[in-house]
Write a protein that binds this ligand. Structure first.
Ligand code: KIV
Ligand code: ZN
Length: 514
C-alpha cells in the first residue's frame, strides 16, 4: 500500500499559535512523544528566529533518533546557516526552505518580480544542498499563486536539488476540489516531478484544512504536514489526529498507510494541550472529551448492545481506555444501571427503578450531571457502594506571605472513623495534598492539576481536575466547591475513591466522568 509521510509541525507552526511559547524542556517532552507516535518528520523550530529556537532545535535533534528532525529557513544564506548550526549533528539533517510565490506576497511583502523570486529560490536550494542531504522547498501562499508560474518554479527548485515540494495553503483559502487540482496540475506539467515527493500543508481559516489535506492525498501528495490538536497560526493547521484516524478508518477508500502508532494519539494530544495551555474543545473529533461520549438514550442503549451501532472509531484505537456514556436527561435506564455498576454500586432492580425516576427528575433540572450528583442520589437513598468511600469532612488552611502554608484536614474513613492530620507545603494546595498523602493508605503521584471556574462572576464555583497515578494506573478526579482549596481537596479524594473501586474489581474507571 502507498505510504504517506507524516510531517509534524507542532513545534514550529503549532508554536506560532497566538499566546503559545514553549521552552526547550517542553519542546523536548513533546518531541519525544511525537517520536513515540511515529511521525516521520518533525519540524522543531525556526532557528533564525531566536537563540532559544536554535538551541531547542539543536537539543531536539540530538535526542530524537527515530524521526527526522527538520527546521525552517527563509531563502537567504543567514537563515540556512542558522538551521545548519542547529541540525548539523542530527542523523539526517533536513532543511525546510521557503519563499512566497503568490502575486500578493511577491509584490507587497517580498517586493520582487517573479523572475527574482525564481532566482532567490534556486539560489537558496543550491546553497542548502551544499550542506543538507535533504532539502524540502515550500511555495508560501501556493494556493493563491499562478499555476503556470508555480509549475515553472517547482521545476527549477527540483533541478537545484529539492526532493520534497510542499504546496502550502498558507491562508486557508482553498477547498478540496481546487487543492486536489493543483497537485494533479503539478504532476502533469512539471517535467522532473518524479525526482521529488509532493507535500500538503493546510491552514484551517475556512475549516477545510483536514478535508484539503485528504484531497491532496487523493491527488498524489505523499507527505502531509499537520499539528497535534490542529494548533497553529490563526485558526490553526490541519490536525494530525483527524487525518491519521480518517486514513485508518477509511482505509477502504484512501488505500494508504502511515507509520503512526494510533494509540499514542490521545496521550500526545493531552500533553500538547497541557504544555501549550490550549484546551481541546470537547466536541473536537478524535481527541475531544466528548468524542466517544454517547448521551441520548437510544444511542446509549445501542452502544451497550453493540458498539458499532453508533461508534465508528473505538476509543482504544487512539489510546482512550473505553467509551463514555454521558448521563443526562436523554439517558435510558440501561445506561444508568450500567453506570451505577461501573461506580461500584449494584442495587436490586426495584431500587434501580426508584433511583432512575429521581435521576430523570434531577437531569431535567440540571444542564450537566456530575458524578457527584449520582453519588448524592445514592447517598440520599442510603445505598452503599461495594467498596466504601472516603469522605472529606472539613478542611482548614493557614496561608500568609511570611508563613509556611499548613493544611489540617478531617476525613471520614470507610469504616466510619473520623481521622485528622496536618502537613505543610510550599503552597496551600501542596500542603493539602501532603496532608492527604499522610492520611490515605496508598502512595500516589499527582500527574496533573487543572482548575477552571464554573459559571461567571466573582461568586463562580471552582472546579478542579486532578490525575493521580498509582501502580501505573492513571485516575482522574474532579471536585467542585465555592472555594478553590476545598475543590482541590475534593478532587484528590474523588480520584482516590475511584482508585479504590478500580483496584477492587479491576474495571476501568479512568474515563468515568459524567
Ligand atoms: O503556512 C505556510 O505557508 C508555512 C510555510 C512556512 C511552510 O507555514
Ligand atoms: Zn503554515
Amino acid at each position: 500500500m502507498r505510504k504517506i509521510e507524516i510531517f509534524d509541525t507542532t513545534l514550529r507552526d503549532g508554536e506560532q499559535t497566538a499566546g503559545v511559547n514553549l521552552n526547550t524542556a517542553e519542546k523536548i517532552e513533546i518531541a519525544k512523544r511525537l517520536e513515540r507516535l511515529g511521525v516521520d518528520v518533525m519540524e522543531a523550530g525556526f532557528p533564525a528566529a531566536s537563540k532559544g529556537d536554535l538551541d531547542a532545535v539543536k537539543k531536539v535533534a540530538s535526542i530524537v533518533k527515530n524521526s527526522t528532525v527538520t527546521a525552517l529557513a527563509r531563502s537567504n544564506r543567514s537563515d540556512i546557516d542558522y538551521a545548519w548550526e542547529a541540525l548539523k549533528d542530527s542523523s539526517e539533517p533536513r532543511l525546510h526552505v521557503f519563499i512566497a510565490t503568490s502575486p500578493i506576497h511577491m509584490t507587497y511583502k517580498l517586493k520582487k518580480t517573479p523572475d527574482q523570486v525564481v532566482e532567490a529560490a534556486v539560489g537558496a536550494v543550491k546553497y542548502a544542498k551544499e550542506k543538507f542531504p535533504v532539502v524540502q522547498w515550500s511555495a508560501e501562499d501556493a494556493c493563491r499563486s499562478d499555476l503556470v508560474f508555480l509549475s515553472r518554479i517547482v521545476e527549477k527548485v527540483i533541478d537545484a536539488g529539492a526532493t520534497v515540494i510542499n504546496i502550502p495553503d498558507t491562508v486557508g483559502f482553498t477547498n478540496p476540489e481546487e487543492y486536489g487540482k493543483i497537485f494533479r496540475y503539478l504532476l502533469n506539467t512539471v517535467p522532473n516531478i518524479e525526482k521529488a515527493i509532493l507535500s500538503a500543508h493546510c491552514h484551517d481559516d475556512l475549516g477545510m484544512a483536514v478535508a484539503n489535506s485528504l484531497s491532496a492525498i487523493e491527488n498524489g501528495a505523499n507527505q502531509i504536514e499537520c499539528t497535534i490538536n490542529g494548533i497553529g497560526e490563526r485558526a490553526g493547521n490541519a490536525s494530525l489526529e483527524e487525518i491519521a484516524v480518517a486514513l485508518a478508518i477509511r482505509e477502504d477508500f484512501y488505500k494508504v498507510k502511515t507509520n503512526l502508532t494510533l494509540n499514542e494519539i490521545s496521550r500526545t494530544s493531552q500533553l500538547v494541550s497541557r504544555l501549550t495551555g490550549i484546551a481541546v474543545p470537547p466536541n473536537k473529533a478524535v481527541v475531544g472529551k466528548n468524542a466517544f461520549a454517547h448521551e441520548s438514550g437510544i444511542h446509549q442503549d445501542g452502544v451497550l448492545k453493540e458498539k458499532s451501532t453508533y461508534e465508528i472509531i473505538t476509543p482504544e484505537l487512539v489510546g482512550v481506555p473505553s467509551n463514555q456514556l454521558v448521563l443526562g436527561k436523554h439517558s435510558g435506564r440501561h445506561a444508568f444501571k450500567d453506570y451505577l455498576h461501573k461506580l461500584g454500586f449494584h442495587p436490586e432492580e426495584s431500587k434501580v427503578n426508584v433511583l432512575f425516576e429521581d435521576f430523570k427528575q434531577l437531569a431535567d433540572r440540571k444542564k450537566e450531571m456530575t458524578e457527584e450528583d449520582i453519588f448524592a442520589l445514592l447517598i440520599d437513598h442510603k445505598i452503599q457502594p461495594e467498596v466504601p468511600l472516603y469522605q472529606l469532612k472539613d478542611i482548614q488552611v493557614n496561608y500568609g506571605t511570611n508563613q509556611i502554608p499548613t493544611a489540617t484536614l478531617r476525613l471520614l474513613t470507610p469504616d466510619g472513623t473520623l481521622i485528622q492530620d496536618a502537613a505543610t507545603g510550599s503552597g496551600s494546595v501542596e500542603a493539602i495534598y501532603n496532608t492527604l498523602g499522610k492520611m490515605l493508605p496508598s502512595s500516589l503521584k499527582l500527574n496533573d492539576y487543572r482548575i477552571q471556574s464554573v459559571g461567571a462572576g466573582r461568586d463562580a464555583l471552582a472546579q478542579v481536575f486532578v490525575q493521580i497515578v498509582c501502580d501505573g494506573h492513571e485516575i482522574n478526579g474532579s471536585g467542585t466547591a465555592q472555594d478553590v482549596l476545598e475543590a482541590s481537596a475534593k478532587a484528590y479524594v474523588h480520584a482516590f475513591n475511584k482508585l479504590q473501586m478500580h483496584s477492587s474489581d479491576k474495571k476501568s474507571y479512568e474515563r468515568m466522568s459524567i
